[in-house]
Write a protein that binds this ligand. Sequence first.
Ligand code: CP
Ligand code: NVA
Length: 302
Amino acid sequence: MKHLLKMLDLSKEEIIEILNLADQLKYELKHNIPHPHLQGKSLGMIFQKASTRTRVSFETGMYQLGGHPLFLSASDLQIGRGEPVQDTARVLSRYIDGIMIRTFEQKEVEDLAEFGGIPVINGLTDFCHPCQVLADLMTIREFKGQFDGLKMCFIGDGNNMANSLIVGGLKAGMAVSAACPEGYHPDKRVLDFAKDFDCFELTDSPVKAAQNADVVITDVWASMGQEGEAEKRRKAFQGYQVNDEVMAAARADAMVQHCLPAHREEEITEKVFEAHANEIFEEAENRLHAQKAVMVKLMADK
Ligand code: CP
Ligand code: NVA
């Protein structure tokens, strides 16, 4: 594993290895056991979109690993003035040991990886959000003990989160269902991957998707960069809400995950959100541990 660009690139074994290391790093942090695997290493963090969790968890995680994080706002870099990503990659790789990038196009991340020669971590694109899904898988395993026999259900926009959850959930060994309205289905590359799994279902019915689910997951209706479509999307996603009706279809002990930020009373009701807040905020915490594991895997002893 040279980069973390998308869940489609990872094998089940690689996913489990990352999750095992993440559990170990979480244990070490909680027990004040130092783990300076990245002493002397620097991570450049390029942000073309806003962030709370991704920025703070990468920055803190790098510090805890003994390394040095650099926050690089795209508006301050020459990339924001049109310097090609290929040139940026070739320059940065002479200064730093790894790049985390949050941007719009998946191609930009893939180009950075191709031209840079140092590990690249995708911190969210319009296509996918692998760091978030590794944290989600870590949280699911923490609460449920294993993946086998579980059903994960996604309700809402077939966007970056749905794309990564479907691939990550199926690779981890869960059954996966997704309820998305017409016109907002997951990416074709993801559906092509999922079509070989009997345990994958795409429907337009949230209640059907949630039937007997062990994990119910949703995401915002209008993602970053889609603010101008918010009103149109609010209409399109009516009924695609994680609420009491959906939770009644799921198993009685079903857990809820949300990558955050959440829009209460849109994709999830306040009631369901607060009833599952402990799972949702553990998921947010696990960003830290899962990403530290990714950084160690990609950047230690290189
Ligand atoms: N879930 C997530 O990626 O959060 P941020 O946008 O705050 O980084
Ligand atoms: N789908 C959301 C996820 C935020 C973490 C977005 O892209 O804005």
